[in-house]
Design a binder for this molecule. Structure first.
Ligand code: PHE
Length: 413
């Protein structure tokens, strides 16, 4: 049974058919890891802010936004899959938890800021494992400028400065053309201006990557930091790119970026200007910089985790002994109208919170005669800070089963 009202961050909202924010998720809204002194996420935010000292540094915007802010203001099409309630958290049809920091682009541009960084917690319904968690942090950055000759020359001068700086650094960049037929300038832009913006974007971010990874990676002439640019697509930038960094033997996806879609600036009442924006995920970067093996650890309030870190310092995390894991399986017949995997993940997370290490659908089949669909869900339970006893795990699993029956009308096989 869905309650008719739902309180979130001190305001009571009417619930409706969209409401899917769970108490476990609601409890994360006040944690603000990016503002917790000494926390790896706060240190990473600080490093990025120090790299862009003359930018406005924002970090206190409410996570509650409208679908208009999160999607429409950024030119997402009406049928974009991210809008589905299986993929995003809705308070009701009019309010949701931001899925990315880009949700604030129009607000910040409207405020008149021309160079800014914004760090915040973002929310996405997803699978659960060591590298996926329904809450994570992003830093958005943007710079806009006028397109008269003198302003463009100032951007190019900044690019030349960055080029000189990068020429002194042990960094190797695999680039893509600024513009191509599959990654074009916007029709309202002079392609030469678009190239100037793209070039300044790339140099600014290559320089940031060297600040973040160059030192820790111990980049040397023989073993330089490797950064790779890839064409991408976002509804709110063109051209668009993704950046990957080669670190400890793997290519890591670090960020998305591009030349800001002119309709975004139009909606912000910004005239005669263009610019670039990027959005970068903090957890993935912090996990490699600090060797933190499980994304849930960022949420730990255990002193054995927190005491290892201090603000502004990157050090290697020393794992403390893991408590034993126990898994439980349940096989279900799905209701005739189906059941989304994300509904299963959220239900398990809501019952067991951070006692869930991961949830996997380990088997699926359709009965050949009745065509009924079945799945087997395996939940791995483990606490970060104590041993779970068998009875407690059984009780959690019993709750998972009864809620699956009540909420989704599944039949346990
Ligand atoms: N918001 C995008 C994401 O979350 C990243 C992005 C930000 C891309 C700004 C382009 C410009 O994936």
């Amino acid at each position: 049974p869905t309650p008719s009202e739902i309180p979130v961050l001190g305001t009571v909202y009417p619930a409706d058919a969209y409401t899917n924010i769970t108490p476990t998720i609601a409890a994360k809204l006040t944690r603000r890891l990016h503002a917790q002194d000494g926390h790896p996420i706060a240190t990473l935010r600080g490093l990025i802010e120090s790299h862009f000292p003359d930018y406005a540094h924002l970090s206190s915007l409410s996570p509650i936004v409208t679908p208009h802010q999160n999607f429409d203001s950024l030119s997402f099409p009406a049928d974009h899959p991210g809008r589905a309630k299986t993929d995003s958290y809705y308070i009701n049809k009019d309010y949701m938890l931001r899925t990315h920091t880009s949700a604030h682009e129009v607000d910040v541009f409207t405020s008149g800021s021309e160079r800014w960084l914004l760090t915040a917690d973002v929310y996405r319904r997803d699978e659960i494992d060591a590298s996926h968690y329904p809450v994570f942090h992003q830093t958005e950055g943007a710079k806009i400028f006028q397109t008269d000759a003198a302003s463009l020359e100032a951007v190019e001068e900044d690019s030349r400065r960055l080029e000189r700086e990068l020429a002194q650094s042990n960094i190797v960049i695999e680039d893509v053309p600024h513009l191509s037929s599959t990654n074009p300038a916007q029709s309202v832009h002079n392609p030469r201006h678009s190239e100037i913006a793209a070039k300044n974007l790339k140099l600014s971010l290559n320089s940031l990557m060297y600040t973040l990874f160059g030192g820790v990676a111990g980049a040397t002439k023989e073993d330089p930091l490797r950064v790779r640019w890839i064409e991408a697509f976002f509804p709110f930038t063109s051209p668009s790119y993704e950046v990957e960094v080669f670190f400890r033997g793997k290519w890591l996806e670090i960020l998305g970026c591009g030349v800001v879609a002119q309709p975004t600036l139009d909606r912000s009442n910004v005239v005669n200007k263009m610019g670039w924006a990027f959005g970068l995920g903090l957890e993935r970067i912090a996990m490699v910089l600090y060797s933190i093996p499980d994304i849930r650890l960022f949420w730990s309030e255990d002193e054995r985790f927190l005491s290892q870190f201090s603000q502004g310092k990157i050090n290697t995390f020393k794992p403390y002994s893991k408590y034993p894991a126990s898994y439980r399986d349940v096989s279900l017949w799905l209701p005739s109208d189906g059941l989304h995997d994300n509904d299963v993940y959220d239900l398990v997370r809501d019952v067991a919170g951070d006692l869930v290490e991961d949830v996997a659908i380990i088997d699926r089949f359709t009965h050949p005669k009745t065509e009924r669909q079945s799945m087997t869900v395996r939940t791995n339970f483990r606490s970060m800070d104590r041993s779970l006893v068998k009875d407690e795990v059984n009780e959690l699993q019993a709750q998972v089963q009864s809620r699956l029956k009540e909420q989704f009308r599944v039949e346990i096989r």
